[in-house]
Design a protein around this ligand. Structure first.
Ligand code: NAP
Length: 244
């Protein structure tokens, strides 16, 4: 099978590390981004130069249904039908307690982190054949709750775990696998968006392995679950969280 993968939010952080890992394995890649065209285009140029695999960048806000439809149409046209999906795009908003959260903030978290995964899963499954696979990037927050910081974010990732389980059962008989990866504290720019760039360093003493994780360590787990080596794994999760 020609492996054609979409990575949502692929222009930085865990998405970029996953793109590099899959490119090394010979996947054709669609890198989706929302705002940062420069980073996505630079990644495409790097991958084309180093691995000579077809690789494109497509702008789309994956929380918007019409943009998801356009993203998949463009992928169909330029690469062919998707075989592997990495649902990775996500946001973290400034730290606050639940008591302070507006409906606007909660809805933004849920549409970006949950609706987008549903829509991309739907469009992917419509195109997928036996042997295809989906990995949803969740978070250890789904188990831990993120009290005092981002309970809305943690709840959105809890929803992703349920989506992963439920969809895996719906499509198992079609030979499509759906799994999740739950990263812990990983060194990316996401924490700055949440208002605390040094967050991973602050909490590392509470992580059993006593350090934050690197995006490449998460990418390796995503790549394994996508691969045929994980051919009997579906509806399951890998925690990449340093023991938390
Ligand atoms: P990141 O560095 O902040 O990157 C997130 C990416 O998502 C950005 O490239 C951003 O694109 C994209 N994005 C956000 N909203 C989007 C939308 N509506 N449509 C399309 N793209 C969108 O984050 P990360 O740390 O790599 O996280 C990746 C995934 O891992 C997320 O699902 C996150 O929840 C999860 N995770 C991260 C950690 C961690 O500690 N870093 C821990 C657990 C789970 P633009 O920049 O172009 O807007």
């Amino acid at each position: 099978m020609n492996r054609i993968a979409l990575i949502t939010g692929g222009g930085r952080g865990i998405g970029t590390a996953t793109a590099r890992h899959l490119a090394r394995q010979g996947y054709q890649l669609c890198i989706n981004y929302r705002h940062d065209r420069g980073s996505a285009e630079a990644l495409v140029a790097e991958i084309r130069a180093q691995h000579s695999v077809p690789c494109i960048a497509v702008q789309a806000d994956v929380s918007v249904e019409a943009e998801v439809m356009r993203l998949f149409d463009e992928m169909d046209l330029r690469l062919g039908p998707i075989t592997h999906l990495v649902n990775n795009a996500g946001i973290l908003q400034p730290q606050m307690r639940v008591l302070e959260m507006s409906a606007e903030r909660i809805n933004k978290t849920l549409t970006t982190n949950v609706t987008s995964y549903f829509l991309c899963c739907r469009e992917a499954v419509r195109r997928m054949v036996p042997g295809c696979a989906i990995v949803n990037v969740s978070s250890a927050a789904a188990r831990l709750g993120s009290a005092g910081e981002y309970v809305d974010y943690a709840a959105s990732k809890g929803a992703i775990d349920v989506l992963t389980k439920g969809l895996s059962l719906e499509v198992a008989a079609q030979g499509i696998r759906v799994n999740g990866v739950r990263p812990g504290f990983i060194h990316t720019d996401m924490h700055a968006d949440g208002g605390e760039p040094g967050r991973v360093e602050r909490v590392k003493g509470n992580i059993p392995l006593l350090r934050g994780g690197q995006p490449a360590e998460v990418a390796a787990a995503i790549a394994w679950l996508l691969s045929d080596e994980a051919s009997y794994a579906t509806g399951t999760f890998i925690d990449v969280a340093g023991g938390r």
